[in-house]
Design a protein around this ligand. Structure first.
Ligand SMILES: CC(=O)SCCNC(=O)CCNC(=O)[C@H](O)C(C)(C)COP(=O)(O)OP(=O)(O)OC[C@H]1O[C@@H](n2cnc3c(N)ncnc32)[C@H](O)[C@@H]1OP(=O)(O)O
Ligand SMILES: O=C([O-])CC(=O)C(=O)O
Length: 372
């Protein structure tokens, strides 16, 4: 048996959703740079689910469906109130809430494509409502009901703060959602596909994917980057801190990637946004510190920043609680997970690799009274 640790370079499926070829990322053949500059997140959802950009009527219909499905069952809010809420990470709350949503969906176990598409709409619509409601309930505030007249990005910010957000914030969140929507067979997407390839249901697939995204080697890295920036604190402290970590062979969060070699094409968009937003908030040091970290890590380790590095200072500048950064990633990535789940159902085969056994062999059973 040949073992490929971490399945590096293994091609485990075909997919027509997104591709990474020679460090270029495309969604259904559209370059991410083009989409980041021009597309709204709702257009991207449609693109990932239908493999074509929507016309005006199709887009309006999708927006309507998302708006109409954004409210949460009251049981989900009541459930939050039963948690030891101050100690619960929002990713754990999101994972539990999505699982709970499945209990209140009469179609949860229906497997026909139409029912699965309806569940995709419901899940996509409710993810931002869950994140926003949890963020408010843990502060002792009542959740804010979604509005039907706002875009997906604006509605999310509105549900978080209870105030209509300004245009700059809406544009920034919308672009961040576009940039995070899908990424080929990353760990959380693979997790979702493995789960539903047993013909388990959509809620199980998304719950599993949220669990995989939560880890700091994957989506959890954005929060870890902000923790690092906060610990560093000043521009002068960047050098001793980063060189110290490198000497101890510790990883610098937000750098490196399993697939990209020259760099993550999403990072430059987030870098530009970080510069603009940190200047606007009068806190340019977050951007300046990030740039200095980038120059040291690329110089010393030849590791470019990934999508999580500059997204940290972007979300911070928008006033977002640091532990909500990964949940926002999930609000976007659920669009990709759902596209992959539907694609998996469409042409399913159980995913079941092998392991090379390295444990003891030919052992003889010893009765318990004779064991030491
Ligand atoms: C949305 C996303 O998921 S993007 C990724 C988000 N994750 C992070 O930012 C966490 C930090 N980065 C990492 O841990 C890794 O680069 C990963 C997880 C992204 C990719 O991991 P892998 O492809 O398995 O690479 P692996 O962890 O084996 O690293 C290869 C080498 O580069 C080094 N390296 C990789 N990333 C980093 C880093 N961020 N800082 C310092 N060194 C690093 C490793 O120490 C290792 O060195 P060695 O060969 O001397 O032991
Ligand atoms: O593809 C990966 O391994 C991780 C990543 O960048 C993503 O999921 O966006």
């Amino acid at each position: 048996m040949t073992v490929t640790r971490g399945l590096e370079g293994i091609v485990a499926t075909t997919s027509s959703i997104s591709s990474i070829i020679d460090d270029t990322l495309t969604y259904v053949g559209y370059n991410i740079d083009d989409l980041a500059e021009n597309a709204s997140f709702e257009e991207v959802i449609y693109l990932l689910w239908h493999r074509k950009l929507p016309n005006a009527e199709q887009l309006a219909e999708l927006k309507k469906q998302l708006a109409e499905n954004a409210s949460l069952p009251k049981e989900v809010i009541e459930h939050f109130k039963m948690y030891p809420i101050k100690e619960v990470h929002p990713m754990a709350a999101l994972r539990s809430a999505v699982s709970l949503l499945g209990l209140y969906d009469k179609e949860a176990d229906a497997m026909d494509p139409e029912a699965n598409y309806r569940k995709a709409i419901r899940l996509q619509a409710k993810m931002p409502s869950i994140v926003a409601a949890f963020a408010r309930v843990r502060k002792g505030l009542e959740p804010v009901e979604p509005r039907q007249d706002l875009s997906f990005a604006a509605n999310f910010l509105y549900m978080l703060s209870g105030k209509e957000p300004d245009q700059i914030a809406v544009e920034a969140i919308d672009k961040a959602l576009v940039l995070h929507a899908d990424h080929e067979l990353n760990a959380s997407t693979f997790t979702a596909r493995v789960c539903v390839a047993t013909l388990s249901d959509v809620y199980s697939g998304i719950t599993a994917a949220i669990g995989a995204l939560k880890g700091p080697l994957h989506g959890g890295a954005n929060e870890a980057v902000m923790k690092m920036l906060t610990e560093i604190g000043t521009l002068e402290n960047v050098e001793p801190y980063i060189y110290g970590k490198l000497q101890k062979k510790e990883k610098i969060m937000g750098f490196g990637h399993r697939v990209y070699r020259q760099g993550d094409p999403r990072a430059k968009h987030l870098k530009e946004m970080s510069k603009k937003l940190t200047e606007l908030t009068g806190e340019p040091h977050w951007y300046d510190m990030s740039v200095k970290i980038e120059s040291i890590v690329t110089g010393e380790k030849k590791l470019p920043p990934n999508v999580d590095f500059y997204s940290a200072s972007v979300y911070h500048s928008l006033g977002i609680d640091h532990d909500l950064m990964t949940p926002i990633f999930a609000v976007s990535r659920v669009s990709g997970w759902l596209a992959h789940i539907l694609e998996q159902y469409d042409n399913n085969r159980l995913i079941r690799p092998r392991a090379e056994y390295t444990g003891p062999v030919k052992q003889k059973y010893i009765p318990i009274e004779q064991r030491v």
